[in-house]
Design a binder for this molecule. Structure first.
Ligand SMILES: [Zn+2]
Length: 153
């Protein structure tokens, strides 16, 4: 509450309806002690007096600084996987389906179609993954893919 007497012509702070800001206004009309109309010094608009909003010690609580910090610990996409590891996993996942009865003992003079089970004296049981002309085949063994000679053509 201001105790100072105001009168028409005084400059006071008021909210301007056009500028939408608290600006200096000149008092145009008063009713008893109250300012009723003012003229904006900025836009020269005359309008009813709206007192400036009470000045708050606006202490807007700041959001915790860390709230938006993304967890950067998430492992970057597993770097290149060891292909041998992948092959071993693949073997482990498909080997239970192997019908050992149908495995053909490896012989470089035998023809092995893709998906044929191969029984190798050194590598154990494997499955033909691909045939690479003219006479080599990729066989997936427990220890990864081996390139074996074969009589494919
Ligand atoms: Zn104004």
């Amino acid at each position: 509450m201001t105790t100072r007497k105001q009168s028409a012509g005084d400059i006071i702070e008021a909210r301007c309806t056009k500028c939408r800001e608290v600006l200096n206004h000149r008092i145009v009309a008063m009713v008893e002690e109250k300012v009723v109309r003012v003229e904006c010094n900025t836009c020269k608009g005359v309008h009813n007096y709206y007192p400036p909003p009470p000045v708050k010690e606006a202490k807007i609580p700041r959001k915790p600084a860390g709230s938006k910090t993304r967890a950067t610990s998430a492992s970057p996409r597993a770097a290149k996987r060891d292909p041998l590891e992948v092959e071993r996993e693949e073997w482990a996942s498909i080997s239970p389906t192997f019908d050992h009865e149908k495995a053909v003992p490896y012989d470089m003079n035998t023809r092995f179609p893709v998906r044929r089970l191969v029984l190798h004296t050194l590598f154990g049981i494997g499955i033909v993954r691909a045939v690479i002309v003219p006479n080599k085949m990729q066989v997936l063994f427990k220890d990864g893919i081996k390139l074996l000679r074969c009589s494919c053509m």
